[in-house]
Ligand binder design. Structure first.
Ligand SMILES: O=C[C@H](O)[C@H](O)[C@H](O)COP(=O)(O)O
Length: 293
């Protein structure tokens, strides 16, 4: 199978097109006193912050949502913008009969707060469209996800989706997975987690700069303590670190990780993304992936 990535739709749309509904009204200029010569006009356009870029990518993806759809609702700071937008469109009456399947308890609470009706994979085994962020995206659209700890439910729901749209700011693009030097998470059962960690470590023996560590609540950015971070499923996370990214056949590496008894799932999402919406300082790029047999 040959995979082709095609850039489509709206390459590098400048931000004013996307932010029109969010721009504050422009106040009327004050007239200078008659005797004062007019001051030079200097245009200052503030560069979008990383959070602005996340919101822009999220809003672009929500344009794909239609009434009646079953939606996979992602987790994280980028996906949160999509939830807010979907909730807003439901409240306005622009979107009707939409149900969302949340990928975490946090997303469940957020979606409820903004008025998105919820369901699950029992009631809706096929999801029309999932929208979610990612920690890393490689040139073939393979992803690292789960630095928020939600990789298992995300993979279940996004794997059941007809279309999975990934929303990122440009800092998430990497030449190879693991290339950011940050964690590639693996969800493991708590029982004898140290043994499972050791087996994960031995898979990458000899890999320069490789490390594996149990994720602690204190490092989860939620004010936790030194206890293990516990996922929504009651499991632990082992973080894998690759100094120079992951080298080798990713499918093979995925299989080897999943064959370790005690591993529940890992945060590499291989071949799952249908499209990636990338917001950067110069605009938004939507890239769709086509598979040609
Ligand atoms: O578990 C967390 C999820 O996989 C997130 O989608 C991922 O960590 C990206 O999060 P953010 O949008 O906050 O960078």
């Amino acid at each position: 199978m040959h995979v082709v990535c095609s850039q489509t739709v709206d390459m590098a749309i400048p931000f004013p097109h996307l932010l029109y509904s969010e721009m504050p009204p422009i106040p009327a200029p004050l007239a200078p006193p008659a005797a004062t010569p007019p001051a030079a006009v200097v245009e200052t356009a503030a560069a979008p912050s990383q959070d602005d870029l996340k919101r822009i990518a999220a809003h672009r993806a929500v344009e794909l949502v239609q009434s009646g759809m079953v939606l996979g609702l992602g987790t994280g700071s980028t996906a949160a913008h999509a939830l807010d937008r979907i909730g807003e469109l439901i409240r306005r009456g622009t979107l009707r009969d939409v149900v969302g399947i949340p990928t975490s308890k946090k997303t469940e609470a957020h979606a409820t707060a903004v008025g998105i009706p919820l369901s699950d994979l029992h009631a809706h085994p096929v999801v029309d469209l999932s929208i979610d962020g990612a920690d890393e995206v490689d040139p073939s659209f393979n992803l690292v996800k789960g630095r928020g700890g939600s990789l298992l439910r995300e993979k279940m729901i996004e794997g059941a989706s007809r279309r999975f749209v990934v929303i990122v700011d440009e800092t998430k693009m990497v030449p190879r997975l693991g290339g950011s030097g940050l964690a590639v998470p693996v969800e493991v059962i708590p029982f004898c987690w140290g043994h499972t960690l050791g087996r994960l470590r031995s898979l990458f023996d000899g890999e320069p700069g490789f490390d594996a560590k149990l994720r602690r609540a204190a490092t989860a950015g939620d004010g936790g303590n030194d206890e293990p971070f516990v996922t929504d499923n009651g499991n632990y996370i082992v973080n894998l670190y690759f100094e120079n990214g992951i080298h080798g056949d990713l499918d093979l590496i995925s299989d080897k990780i999943l064959r370790i008894t005690g591993v529940v799932e890992h945060g590499m999402f291989l071949g799952m993304a249908s499209s990636v919406v990338i917001a950067g300082k110069d605009g938004v790029t939507v890239v769709d992936k086509r598979e040609v047999r």
